[in-house]
Ligand binder design. Sequence first.
Ligand code: AMP
Length: 184
Amino acid sequence: MKEITNVSHDDATKKKIYDSIRAIPDFPKKGIIFRDITPLLLQPMLLKETIKLMVEPIKDKPIDKIVAIESRGFIFAPLIATQLNISMVLARKPGKLPGACIEAQYILEYGNNILQMHQDAINPNDNVLIIDDVLATGGTALAVQKLIIQAKGKLYGHSFLIELSDLKGRDKLGKTEVHSIIQY
Ligand code: AMP
């Protein structure tokens, strides 16, 4: 009975999150439907519920570090990291991190880029969870996987708020845990 109540509460929350995300057609270029999370950020209680849902499947798991992907991963990752009491590492666009970096290239749904991480941020064998707002083609998240491998860390998995299922990004990420709250 308790379980049924929880499921319906989570489903109702997911519906509210889904409704809060705004679709902006042809942004940043023609043909892209941009999933805008800023209306969700205007609702602190709903943001709290969102973090709870993202934390649920990974709490009590052997995760040593979270890597947050610039830029909207920076919104969700620290909220999750502080809940789980684990440390957080930034994966940033070139020229932003002050220390010595490792880097990996990736192809975005709308362009090319490079992501960098401080070379001493991940210790060998650290179990690492990667966090971002949206999983689209999976190119960005795959680049961060490569950074973790370069640093000799272990990939625990990924957590996204939104998954654009048609783009099959999940397939690109290989045999690892991939969690998402909302699917389009
Ligand atoms: P991808 O590498 O194709 O999986 O793209 C994921 C990255 O691009 C994430 O950091 C997202 O923030 C951003 N992104 C890609 N497509 C979209 C979209 N349709 N709406 C919002 N953000 C997107």
